[in-house]
Design a protein around this ligand. Structure first.
Ligand SMILES: Nc1ncnc2c1ncn2[C@@H]1O[C@H](COP(=O)(O)OP(=O)(O)OP(=O)(O)O)[C@@H](O)[C@H]1O
Ligand SMILES: [Mg+2]
Length: 428
């Protein structure tokens, strides 16, 4: 997929997600104000009912008390103590609130602004809140002779109560948002990982085709030459061509082997034939094979074998390949006059192999990736040096199979140093 399309899709999706979240927040806010309005309405209804009931109680009582007194007294209500107790008022309010689903703790008081006093008060600690934050309703509005009195009600846990009602919705929204955001970011990273992988595979196929093409064309040219009757007359020339074919064939087999080996490692089917190996011998053999390539570039191998005991337990073929890959890299990635230092020493319970070059080096960020299969440090888009990106991943697998360790120290432009530790015996 085109990179621009991917980025465009990601931006569009991010915007859509943010939009959805904003809408969600808006709806929750809306729902919370609806809840608040509902709450206020229920409280209003309940308290209007309470006021009515209180008045009716007073009237009933007044009829019996004022039977024989002046009619004027009908307009002045009785003292509260005569017709209602604090507990009765409390349960009256509680009943009316409960009917309307307002099921949270409340405080109430009967307040008279004239004289700034509470005639009745549920608990004395809430006087201030009742006046400042409570809901107030006038009592006995028809009572024209006494100054007005109010019944005030205050809910200490009003906010929490409203929130608990919304809690479920809020929680589900948060969980859904987290799930969507997580899946989205997982998808994005997967897309990029897959994209990188497919690019790497493409590179690999390009490299492979190129690497295979050269020996194949050399072989076909040699075959053509051999099929020429004139050529066959000279024994020496013919032998030269046959040797050329054999060499190129060996190269092809080696490359095929490398690719197959990686598949084998991938499947976890790597087989090891353990025996006592002299690492100095292995290194010297590999150097012998690579010497010509290094000397062509006017470079050299500098050996410093410091290990008193170079014998370890391991697989000869794999260890040879391991050293070959590291030395081959040191040569390949040093464009001019490679000075490749190979040293050994005994540390801990094994041998430490250090391979140092004066090549192009590897940046810190790339150092973590070079051991990945098929990974090659991108140098622009053109690789001047051919390779499959399989060498170091193979090296790492072999080191691990021998229960050893590998590390890199490198600086771009200065060179690289690979340290391989291999124990004397492989502990299972
Ligand atoms: N000594 C080194 N100096 C600088 N860069 C290196 C060195 N060794 C490895 N690299 C970088 O690490 C990458 C991975 O190395 P690796 O040996 O796995 O693959 P390769 O050499 O490209 O291919 P091949 O499979 O043929 O070995 C290389 O492409 C190169 O960019
Ligand atoms: Mg390599």
């Amino acid at each position: 997929m085109n990179r621009r399309i991917i980025i465009f899709t990601i931006i569009a999706m991010t915007l859509a997600l943010v939009g959805l979240m904003v809408i969600q927040i808006y709806w929750i806010k809306n729902a919370s104000s609806v809840k608040e309005a509902n709450f206020r309405r229920s409280v209003n209804e309940a308290m209007t009912k309470v006021v009515m009931k209180v008045e009716r109680l007073e009237k009933k009582k007044a009829l019996t008390v004022y039977q024989y007194e002046s009619m004027l007294n009908f307009n002045r209500h009785l003292p509260y103590a005569e017709f209602i107790t604090k507990a009765a008022l409390d349960s009256l309010i509680s009943l009316e609130l409960n009917i309307r689903g307002v099921d949270t703790r409340f405080e109430f008081g009967v307040y008279k602004p004239e004289g700034n006093e509470f005639l009745i008060e549920k608990s004395i600690n809430y006087s201030k809140e009742l006046i400042e934050k409570g809901y107030a309703y006038i009592l006995f509005p028809t009572d024209i002779y006494t100054s007005p009195e109010y019944i005030c009600i205050y809910f200490p846990h009003e906010k929490q109560f409203l929130l608990t009602e919304l809690w479920g919705m809020l929680l589900i929204s948060i969980i859904l948002i987290i799930v969507v955001v997580y899946s989205f970011s997982y998808m994005v990273t997967t897309i990029f990982r897959q994209k990188r992988l497919s690019e790497m595979k493409n590179d690999f196929i390009n490299n492979m085709t190129h690497e295979f093409k050269t020996p194949i064309s050399t072989i076909s040219l040699a075959c053509e030459a051999l099929s020429d009757a004139d050529m066959r007359k000279s024994e020496d020339t013919a032998r030269g061509y046959v040797n050329m074919i054999m060499d190129e064939n060996k190269r092809l087999a080696g490359m095929a082997e490398k690719i197959l080996q990686t598949a084998v490692i991938d499947k976890g089917q790597l087989t090891m034939r353990k025996e006592a190996i002299d690492m100095h011998e292995v290194i010297s053999d590999v150097i012998k094979n690579l010497r010509i390539q290094v000397e062509i570039k006017d470079g050299e191998f500098i050996r410093r074998f410091g290990a008193a005991n170079p014998r370890i337990e391991g697989d000869r073929v794999h260890l040879t390949n391991l050293v070959y890959n590291l030395l081959d890299n040191a040569n390949k990635y040093t464009p001019k006059r490679p000075m490749i230092r190979v040293s050994t020493e005994n540390t801990g319970n094994g041998i430490l192999l250090i391979i140092e070059d004066n090549g192009i080096g590897i940046s810190k960020a790339e150092q973590k990736k070079v051991f990945d299969k098929l990974y090659r440090v991108p140098t622009g888009n053109i690789h001047e040096v051919r390779g499959f990106g399989l060498g170091l991943s193979y090296v790492k697998a072999i080191v691990e199979e021998h229960r050893g360790k590998i590390s890199i120290e490198s600086e771009v432009g200065k060179g690289s140093k690979f340290k391989v530790f291999l124990p004397f015996v492989i502990k299972e």
